[in-house]
Design a protein. Structure first.
Length: 187
């Protein structure tokens, strides 16, 4: 027969393993997020001529690989959308794993009454981090030789961010529905 003290110890060990998993996961995801931001910054730091050459190389490679005839401008738009879609995904996962390190603490216990669940907090925080990074990235390009900051490019970045966050919200809602659960809401 198992004693109560042994059960408590086993529960603590299990909780620690879960916490360590999320701790390690959050560290890895934050490193990936920061690395991706550095990559975006370094690409934005390229002079205009180098950026144009790189873009043409990718456009030609994509067109020949898939038998397409996409324009360089369209490939650049897709690149903006894609790089910020990925940034928003890994930023959301970083925040999610960080939130799960200690299951007893909730972001939604903040005094913000509009936000009713942790998932909403994570989505809005991801939106703010990524949108701010997109805007500062375009601002940074003003100071790079042969480059200019573009509101249109920031808009394309936001499209990528919104696409991923909408998909995350839909997947979360559908998974709760399939499990027969309701979202934990804080009133």
């Amino acid at each position: 027969m198992v004693k109560k003290s042994e059960t408590k110890k086993a529960t603590k060990v299990l909780k620690r393993k879960i916490s360590v998993f999320y701790l390690v996961g959050s560290i890895v995801l934050w490193l990936l997020t920061i690395s991706w931001m550095i990559m975006i910054f370094s690409l934005s730091s390229e002079p205009g001529d180098a950026s144009s050459v790189r873009s043409l190389v990718y456009t030609n490679a994509i067109n020949s690989l898939f038998g397409l005839s996409l324009s360089n401008e369209l490939i650049r738009v897709y690149a903006h959308i894609g790089e910020y879609a990925f940034l928003s995904l890994i930023t959301f996962l970083s925040l999610r794993f960080t939130n799960l390190i200690s299951p007893n603490i909730s972001y939604s216990e903040a005094p913000i009454k509009m936000i009713k669940s942790d998932n909403e907090v994570l989505i809005l925080t991801t939106l703010w981090i990524c949108a701010l990074y997109a805007v500062t990235d375009e601002y940074h390009q003003i100071f790079v030789d042969g480059r200019y900051g573009s509101i249109i490019d920031a808009f394309y970045d936001l499209i990528g961010i919104f696409i991923v966050l909408i998909i995350i919200r839909l997947v979360y809602s559908i998974s709760l529905s399939i499990k027969g659960k309701k979202e934990v809401r804080y009133e």
